[in-house]
Design a protein around this ligand. Structure first.
Ligand SMILES: C[S@@+](CC[C@H](N)C(=O)[O-])C[C@H]1O[C@@H](n2cnc3c(N)ncnc32)[C@H](O)[C@@H]1O
Length: 190
């Protein structure tokens, strides 16, 4: 892929949890651990907590996380520069929304425990017709999350790429991918 690395910053204030994230969080057992990565105000950490999951939110913007509420572990760190801020902890799900930084994708995937889910949704090429992010460096190429997940050794359970009307018109790409416990590991989808 010839697209350069990027992160993106679009104000997350007031956004409801993503239905895509909610759909896949529903597969987790009560008490499962969820990391909201580049969490912003932590809408998905809060949604995980609301569902009886154990939530951690991490972002470099400590002020954004300040109002996240109780029973959520909060961490502040730069996720793109300097030492990787995770030790050997692993999560049953890692949620990433409206954020992308390609160079550390493999490290991100390695945060998944065996059986863990990567739940990812962000903007894709074509979004520039609707507004920000419009920088080509901030937009996923067709199939990119699918391919990056596969290359990280994950089993893709769900993938979508297309236009959405809410919370604002946009072109997005979404993946949910599993770190298999064993080659034959497949989840119960419901
Ligand atoms: C568009 S917001 C998305 C927030 C949240 N994921 C959501 O969807 O509501 C992007 C987030 O990435 C965070 N971010 C950007 N660069 C970062 C970095 N180098 N380290 C940690 N967080 C970063 C920003 O602080 C911001 O909260």
């Amino acid at each position: 892929m010839s697209v350069s690395q990027h992160s993106c910053a679009v104000a997350p204030e007031g956004l409801p949890p993503s239905p895509w994230v909610g759909r896949w969080l529903g597969l987790l057992a009560p008490g499962a651990s969820v990391l909201d990565f580049a969490a912003g105000s932590g809408r998905h950490a809060r949604e995980a907590r609301r569902r009886g999951l154990r939530a951690t939110a991490i972002d470099r913007d400590a002020a954004a996380l300040a109002g996240i509420g109780t029973d959520i572990m909060v961490r502040s760190a730069d996720l793109e520069a300097g030492p990787w801020p995770f030790g050997d902890e692993r999560y049953d799900a890692v949620v990433v929304a409206n954020y992308l930084f390609r160079p550390r994708f493999a490290l991100l995937a390695a945060l998944l425990a065996p059986g863990g889910l990567l739940i990812y949704e962000t903007f894709a090429q074509g979004n520039e017709r609707f507004g920000r992010p419009s920088n080509p460096a901030f937009l996923l190429a067709p199939g990119e999350l699918y391919e990056r997940s596969r290359c990280a050794g994950l089993l893709v359970l769900g993938y979508e790429h297309g236009r959405v009307a809410r919370p604002k018109p946009a072109v997005v790409q979404r993946v949910c991918a599993l770190r298999p416990r064993a080659a034959e590991d497949v989840p119960v989808l419901g």
